[in-house]
Structures are given as C-alpha cells and as structure tokens.
Design a protein around this ligand. Sequence first.
Ligand SMILES: C[S@@+](CC[C@H](N)C(=O)[O-])C[C@H]1O[C@@H](n2cnc3c(N)ncnc32)[C@H](O)[C@@H]1O
Length: 321
Amino acid sequence: MDDESFHHVPVLLDRVVELLAAVPDGRFVDATLGGGGHAAAVLAAHPGLELLGIDRDEAALAAAAVRLAPFSDRTQLVRASAGDLLEVVGDHPPVHRSTNRKGVSAVLLDLGVSSPQLDHADRGFSYRSAGPLDMRMDRSQGFTADDVVNHYDYAALARIIRDNSDERFASRIARAIVAARPIEDSAHLARVVRDAIPAAARRTGGHPAKRTFQAIRMEVNAELDQLAAALDDAVALLQPGGRLAVLAYHSLEDRMVKDRFADAASGGCECPVGLPCVCGAEPTVRLLRRGAWKASAEEVAVNRRAESVRLRAVERLGEPA
Ligand SMILES: C[S@@+](CC[C@H](N)C(=O)[O-])C[C@H]1O[C@@H](n2cnc3c(N)ncnc32)[C@H](O)[C@@H]1O
C-alpha cells in the first residue's frame, strides 16, 4: 500500500505537536505509527528528535516509510507491538551517535485502528462490507476474528462483548452468533448482530454492529493488555523532561490511561486528600493537564474519528542526566 492509498487524517495534530515539540533532544518513539502523520509533523517541528516508529501492521509501515522519506536520516521503522516497548527500544539503538542514549524524549500512542484498516474490506474490520473474519492488525499472528466468532463458547463471547464494549444486548448477540454458526464473513456477522438487537434499540447509537465489532477486534489484538504494558514501559523509558502522549478513542482505554497517569503522578500515594504526604510515595511524572483534551467541533466536522478522542499527556520528573 502506498502513501496515496493510505489516507488517515491525524487527530488533534496541532496539540500533539505542541506537546511533543517541547521535549529535550533525543529519541521519539511513535509506538502506533500508522501512516506516520503525527510522526512527520513532530519531526518537522523538532529537528533534535530521532524517530523509532513502531506498528504491528506491515501495510501501515510501508505507507509511513513513504510519508517519512524526508526524515529518513533520523528514522527507523520496526514491525513490533507497543506492548513490547522496552525490548523493542532496547533492541534498536539510535542510528545517530549523537542522539542522547540515556532515555527516550517522547512517546506517542494513538490507539485503535487507522482509517485504511477500516476501509479495506479484506482486513475484516468493517461491519459495512463483506470481508474475511480476520481483524488482525499483525497479519503474521495466527489468532483471528474467526477463532472468536466461530469457536468461542457462548459465555466467553458474551463476556468479551459486554466487557469490551458496554453492549446492553451482549448475551442476546452471543446467543445469536452461536446459533448462526458457521458465520461466513464480516457482512454475515453484521447481519446476525443487527438481527439480535431489538428493532427499537437499533435506531439509536450508530450502526447496531459497531460495538460488537469493536469488542471482537479488541479481543483479537489483545488491545487492553497491549495498552497496559505500553504505558508502563513508556513511563519507565522516559528521561526527565520527556513526555508521553496518548490518544484514546474508547472509554475503557481512556480510563486505563487516566488511572495509570494518576498513579504515576502521585507515586501511588494513598494519604488523605488535602493532608501532606507521609507515606514516602515518589511521583514519577507530572500531568500536563488535569482532564483530557478533546477535539473541537470544527475538527469533528471534517474528521468523524476525532469525535470520541481523549488526549492525555504526562512529563517525566527528575534531574536531567
Ligand atoms: C490510529 S492509527 C495511528 C495513526 C497515526 N498516528 C497517523 O497519524 O497516521 C493506529 C495504528 O496503531 C497500530 N497499532 C495499534 N495497536 C498497536 C500495538 N499494540 N502495537 C503496535 N501497533 C499498534 C495500528 O496498526 C494502526 O496502524
């Protein structure tokens, strides 16, 4: 896939650039590189950064290589998982001798799928077109949506649909999926899910299969486990003054980001609010904003993906090395 056919509009681009352009010279790890839209803008704004771009999807990396060609002298691209951040960073030292090796200056996580992953029916992510029951971001992985849809038992299916998507009708949908097996493709799955939801409830909240598809996708790609590991690794990797920015599009993911950031910013302190800390907790980061940044109405009008975004960011504390 070339840059032309990989069309993904980066969300909250100016805010992300503003946050990451303020970091010290050194390594910038974009662990969900996609088409490289955010990464290119950050590199353009900060000449002292060297990029390690990571994605699980080889099509995204190919598109990013084209987009990032003007910065090829300070860019490395790697197919890997954000959940393995510590190892991946350790295994890929900076290309420039002059790049600060003491720690990472910036980490970006822009979660979920890219527009091209949704748009290409052969990836199986979309409930709007007929494609294989696939949904893997990393197509070298064996486990696919077919394993979930056609092989999970009723209880496991109902649990992942409920837990990953707050779907009210998770039990009915799981029962309908089991009864309809074998489910042939994504269009068949979308019909089964739609028919399992009471007609009155289908009229609100977008496409009736949207939440179930999201839940299955999160299971196939172990997205919550990946995020938990990536957040811990990213905070550990940052050098003092380094920043981590995370764009989440799902309430479960945003809650995880919010809780982990709050924990790192308090050092796990559980002393009563308003009283001095006596437990010796050591904060590792400071929050760059108490709440999350959201997209403006203008941005949402031109990019629907921006509607649910929550951006949170922290800065690593400590004396510069
Ligand atoms: C929303 S897109 C990123 C778009 C990018 N910021 C841009 O401006 O083009 C998310 C990308 O992250 C990748 N991804 C999601 N979870 C990942 C993970 N755990 N490890 C590596 N890549 C991941 C997906 O394959 C997808 O290409």
